[in-house]
Design a protein around this ligand. Sequence first.
Ligand SMILES: *Cc1c(COP(=O)(O)O)cnc(C)c1O
Length: 282
Amino acid sequence: MTKVLLNESFVEEQEAKVAFNDRGYNFGDGIYEYVRIYNHKLFTAKEHFERLLRSASEIGLELNHTVESLTSLVRELAQVNDVSNGGVYIQVTRGVAPRDHAFPTPEVTPVLTGFVKAYDRPYQKLEEGVFAVTTEDIRWLRCDIKSLNLLGNVLAKEYAAKYNAEEAIQHRGDTVTEGASSNVYAVKDDVVYTHPANNYILNGITRRVIQWVCEDENIEFKEEAFSVDFLKNADEVIISSTSAEVMPIVKIDGEDVADGKVGDITRRLQAGFEKYIQSHSE
Ligand SMILES: *Cc1c(COP(=O)(O)O)cnc(C)c1O
């Protein structure tokens, strides 16, 4: 039986009821995180929960939690469900109040929910690479907040699914921003390029780990915006996320990236990532 998190309690999934007037339901008024579990341990939990607290603060949502309290709640959720490899989803909405756009006055208590799911690492895809398509980025201008408002991302991912692609790489005009649920990198002449971590992208924790690996390996990491053309003419293309890890892209819009094979820099980043799984899980 699956137990989910509802505020501070672990309840059977079938018994976990949320309110009709929850602002998450009415407005997508809330934020979330997704944390990976490797070998019974949480990977980069501190970074994820720091980001959750930042997202909350950016939307003026006051959360009665710390990195430590969130970590222990999520760790317990994984334990009660006996999940050794998989991921934990946790979300917070502003709370329950009669539908009105402005924040409720007086303030209401935020609603925290979460679930855990077991799954294996995507070994075959990491080995062979996956396909992507490109699509216009139609999202709002605060993509740095991991918000529950995901309609732009949902439509982009659905577009990818329609073309049997793993991910939709979004661009604003000519500038590549990020995937529907991942960050995007173009490798050219051994330099790793990725969009700067500003309001146009979600600053991924996996992106940060890739940056650490680049420092360790003396690979140049350039936070510099690039064009769709640059992406399509890159030597290697990669996406990254908590679930996809360091994922090679070998085809974009039906055309091979370079020779269509996974490149050397990608392999070095993947190998470096493995070390961080060991050193940053607890
Ligand atoms: C969560 C997310 C990412 C990846 O972030 P990670 O912390 O690496 O999982 C990238 N882009 C978007 C839009 C996301 O929501």
